[in-house]
Design a protein around this ligand. Structure first.
Ligand code: ZN
Length: 103
């Protein structure tokens, strides 16, 4: 797409918009649901940043007082791994898992 080639790159999770890194890992309604689960479990008030890099910085700041920083840092990566696996499952195997199954 960066080279001017027209590709049909709808998000494989929601199908509502084009698939970008920031959409897939932050703003897709499917991904957003996973984030909400973790945020509500931790009781965190969170406004999702626009970009993945900003999300990582904000997450680090939010976890500055976390007891176990290693566990804290794993959370976004775990969400993104689950999202990536689901994306690829839908893309390459035509298998859709309910978001509840990913918890
Ligand atoms: Zn989406």
């Amino acid at each position: 797409m960066k080279r001017g080639i027209t590709l049909c790159s709808r998000c494989f999770l929601c199908g509502e918009t084009s698939e970008t890194v920031n959409h897939l890992f932050l703003h897709c309604k499917y991904t957003h649901h996973l984030w909400r689960i973790f945020l509500s479990l931790k009781g965190i008030s969170w406004t999702m940043p626009r970009k993945v890099a900003e999300a990582l910085l904000c997450w680090e700041e939010a976890g500055v007082h976390a007891k176990d920083k290693g566990r804290w840092r794993v959370i976004p990566r775990a969400i993104w791994w689950a999202v990536w696996k689901e994306r690829n499952s839908r893309r390459f195997e035509s298998i859709e898992n309910n978001v509840q199954k990913l918890n």
